[in-house]
Design a protein around this ligand. Sequence first.
Ligand code: AMP
Ligand code: MG
Length: 411
Amino acid sequence: MFSVKLAEETILNLVQPFDPIYDRESINLVDAVGRILSIDLVSKLDFPHFTNSAMDGYAFHYADLEQFPALEIASVDIPAGASSPIPLAIGQCARILTGGILPDRADTVVMQEDITKIDRDHLKLEVVPAIGENVRPKGAFYRAGSLLLPAGTKIDPTSIGALAAAHYQQIEVYRRPRVAILSTGNELVDLYSQAELKLGQIIDSNQYSIASLVRQTGAIAIPMGIVPDRKSELAQAIKDSIDTADIVISSGGVSVGDYDYVETLLAEMGAEIHIRSVAIKPGKPLTVATWQQDLPAPKLYFGVPGNPVSAMVSFWRFIAGSIAKLSGANQSHWYPKFITATTTQDLHAQGKRETYLWGYLRWQSGQYTFQPVDNYSSGNLISLVGTNALAVLRVNQTYVPAGESVLILHL
Ligand code: AMP
Ligand code: MG
């Protein structure tokens, strides 16, 4: 049995990130949020493109202040968008608005709050700014040729704004990973089946929860449906999944029950099995296999337990990070986000396996608190609804009293 840490490392080592040449596409910037840059983006422009004012005020030549106790106000105003820099005579200043082009002779802007008008055409500075103050020189933020965003950046709204400002209409991103989702079990019925549920049957909920988790990572979920616990059908479904996807996730059939075929079947079909079980609760049975075809990169197979909560915990702990690595995202996206919080109630675990207890993470009176749910059955999906965190009790950690700090995986 693998420790959680070793399982995480083993899985990440199996993932070969997308190729920046073959696994990329060009998309419109407006569609890019959540996507991963496949190349370094270098600015084609200086930013600011031209020297301009950072304030509403008056532009002037700093050294003129020595000779001229009052500055003469030029007749032309400089609003943002005015296209040619105005000339400025010695001893003159010009009314300028934020974003306006600085006049050629000017080097400093005084805020409009800091002057008084002597008459219609003259003003006096009440507060003298430092030389260069309130001016945004051309290229001060970045220069043409400088790196804006490196490959592997996950595009967020701030990057969208920065790239729009840098005049990127289209960008090169990695393609989205394709993830096939299979549900195994004779008891499973499709959500949209018209027939009434018979005794012993349940709806295949994993198909939908896992597909949603996959989509949340930015990957494409490919629903492969339900496969009964029969070897020949399972073999065909696994083969079809491998053919269409980069990653396959099947749920169910990975325990040691009489109908749990996934692992033996994978081995018979020539897959290489790397992990069979992990010392984690919930989610102990976890099959991780690779599929070496005539491909540049092996395909990754995850067999997670059928219990709905276990399946989701396995995804959060092990699969989300592998999808991130495959997708070309930089290393900061390969691991879950951990913080610490104060538990509001006693937490218990058996101590043999690393235990994940779900609950509510809140910001209360200046600290994070964790409140566990009341019922920890790994079949009880409704207890997971609305939770946003998993408290982690390490191996041999059997008890965390209320008021103590606990490690939290933030969902
Ligand atoms: P298994 O891992 O196949 O032994 O299944 C463990 C438990 O999870 C059983 O109670 C199954 O009925 C249930 N289960 C398996 N697959 C699913 C699924 N796709 N949706 C909901 N429950 C499932
Ligand atoms: Mg089963």
